[in-house]
Write a protein that binds this ligand. Structure first.
Ligand code: PLP
Length: 425
C-alpha cells in the first residue's frame, strides 16, 4: 500500500461522519479493536438510540396493557403515521404516497396485485438478469399466478457481452422495440450485485411512455442515494429498512405508490383491518372504506416493536439529511476506489461497479479472478477484522456507509486485500 494509514486517519479527523451514533462490533481478528464494517449494504449497524426506543415501547406495554393503543407516549393505533413523513422525505414522496409496513418481498407482491395486470399482448414483466434472486422468484410466481409461463412472461435484461452493468440506452432501446408487450417494468434502483445506480427517471419515463407500469425495488437505493420518486413519476416502489436504514434484521419495509393511483376504486388490492379509514375502523362494518392514500395497501395492524427501530433510524436521516450524506458518500467511496486501484492494479481483482460516481451509490463490488468469494471474506474477517459481503462465486461487495464508515475502514479494506490476495506473476 502506497497510501499510508495516517492519510486515512487525517481524513477521518477532518470528515468524521456520525459513527458515534452507532454501535460498531468488536473485531475478532487483526490489530484493531473494532471491525471495519463494510457490509451495511447487507445489514446496517445498530444505532445507539434503538435500544432505548425499544425499551420505552416495551415499558408502555408493561404499564398500560391494552390501553397503550391510545395512551402510550407514542400510541399504538396511529403509530405507523409517525414513520410516514420521514419515510416520504427519504424517498422524495408526498406523505400520502408512503407507508412503512411488512417486509420487502411481501410488499412487492401486494403492489403487483395492483400493478401487474397482464392483458392482451401486454403480459410481460421486465427485470434485470442480475435482479436479486427473490425478485426473480416473486415475478415468476406472479406470472404463474396469472396462468402464464414464467419463462416467457418474465424478460431478463442482460448487460452487453463482456460488460458487467446494464446500459440505460439498452433498456430504453428494448422499451422502444418491445414496450407494447410489457405490463410491468420492475428493476432494482441500485443493483445488489454490481452496485450500479440505474437512471431511474429516464427509465421510468420510457417505460411509462411505452404504456407499461414502472416499479422499483429500492432495497439498495433507499438511504444510499437521493431519490425523488414523486417527481420522477414512478408508479410504485418498495424498499427494506435493514440495509442502509439500519433498522435491524428483517426490519419493516417501505412502500411508495404515486398519488395518481391513490383512491382509484378500479385498482385491485388485498384488504384487511388496516386498509380501512382509521376513523371507521371501530365501526366494525363488513365493508371497508379505504382512504385515498397508500395506507389503503396496509392489511394488518402493524408490529409496534418493529416500528421503533425504523422511527429511530428515519430520525437520523432527517437530522443529517440525504444531501450531506450523499456528499460524504461520494468522498468516502471515491477514497475506497482510489485505494482499491492501488491494490487491484497487480492482483486478479477487478472493480465491476461503474467508475462514474453518478452511476453508483456507496457500494463497490470487486470480482475476484481466483479462489472463492466466501473464502476471501472469511479471511478478511478473521485475519483483518474487515467485514465484507460475498456473493458467490466471485464477487465481494464493500460498502463504506456515509453515516458510520470511516476513511480508515476503507484503508483497512485495501490493506487487508493487499495482504490476502497474491500479486499476479
Ligand atoms: C434487491 C433486493 N430485493 C429483495 C430482497 C429480499 O428482501 P426480503 O427478504 O426482505 O423480502 C433483498 C434482500 O437483500 C434485496 O437485496
Amino acid at each position: 500500500m502506497h497510501t499510508p494509514e495516517e492519510d486515512a486517519r487525517a481524513r477521518d479527523a477532518a470528515d468524521p461522519g456520525h459513527r458515534h451514533l452507532f454501535l460498531v462490533p468488536p473485531a475478532e481478528g487483526g490489530r484493531h479493536p473494532e471491525v471495519a464494517y463494510l457490509a451495511g449494504n447487507s445489514l446496517g449497524l445498530q444505532p445507539r438510540a434503538t435500544r432505548e426506543e425499544l425499551l420505552a415501547d416495551l415499558d408502555a406495554w408493561r404499564r398500560l396493557g391494552v390501553e397503550g393503543h391510545l395512551e402510550a407516549e407514542r400510541p399504538w393505533l396511529p403509530y405507523h403515521e409517525l414513520l410516514t413523513a420521514p419515510a416520504a422525505r427519504l424517498v422524495g414522496a408526498r406523505p400520502a404516497e408512503t407507508v412503512v409496513m411488512n417486509s420487502l418481498t411481501v410488499n412487492l407482491h401486494l403492489l403487483m396485485v395492483s400493478f401487474y395486470r397482464p392483458a392482451g399482448e401486454r403480459t410481460r414483466i421486465v427485470i434485470e438478469d442480475s435482479a436479486f434472486p427473490s425478485d426473480s422468484y416473486a415475478v415468476r410466481s406472479q406470472a404463474r399466478f396469472h396462468g402464464l409461463d414464467p419463462d416467457t412472461a418474465v424478460v431478463r435484461l442482460r448487460p452487453r457481452a463482456g460488460e458487467d452493468t446494464l446500459r440505460t440506452q439498452d433498456v430504453l432501446d428494448f422499451l422502444a422495440a418491445e414496450g407494447h408487450t410489457v405490463a410491468l417494468l420492475l428493476l432494482g434502483g441500485v443493483n445488489y450485485l454490481t452496485g450500479e445506480l440505474m437512471d431511474i427517471p429516464a427509465i421510468t419515463a420510457a417505460g411509462r411512455a411505452a404504456g407499461a407500469l414502472v416499479g422499483w425495488d429500492l432495497a439498495h437505493a433507499a438511504g444510499n442515494v437521493p431519490l425523488s420518486l414523486h417527481d420522477w413519476d414512478v408508479d410504485f416502489a418498495a424498499w427494506c429498512s435493514y440495509k442502509y436504514l439500519n433498522s435491524g434484521p428483517g426490519a419493516l419495509a417501505g412502500v411508495f405508490v404515486h398519488e395518481r393511483h391513490l383512491g382509484d376504486p378500479e385498482l385491485p388490492r388485498f384488504e384487511g383491518w388496516w386498509s380501512t379509514e382509521a376513523a371507521t375502523r371501530f365501526e366494525m362494518t363488513p365493508v371497508s372504506r379505504p382512504p385515498a392514500t397508500v395506507e389503503a395497501w396496509q392489511i394488518s395492524n402493524p408490529p409496534i416493536f418493529a416500528m421503533g427501530p425504523v422511527r429511530t433510524s428515519l430520525e437520523l436521516f432527517d437530522a443529517v439529511g440525504m444531501p450531506a450524506l450523499r456528499a460524504r458518500s461520494l468522498r468516502l467511496t471515491g477514497y475506497l476506489e482510489t485505494l482499491l486501484d492501488e491494490v487491484t492494479a497487480d492482483r486478479p481483482l477487478t472493480v465491476i461497479t461503474p467508475r462514474d460516481p453518478a452511476r453508483r451509490g456507496c457500494q463497490l463490488s470487486v470480482r475476484i479472478g481466483a479462489g472463492s468469494a466466501n473464502e476471501l471474506t472469511k479471511r478478511l474477517r478473521h485475519e483483518h477484522g474487515v467485514i465484507a459481503d460475498a456473493r458467490e462465486p466471485d464477487v465481494v461487495r464493500f460498502a463504506p456507509v456515509p453515516l458510520y464508515s470511516t476513511y480508515h475502514d476503507c484503508w483497512r479494506v485495501a490493506d487487508a486485500l493487499a495482504a490476502t490476495v497474491e500479486v499476479d506473476r
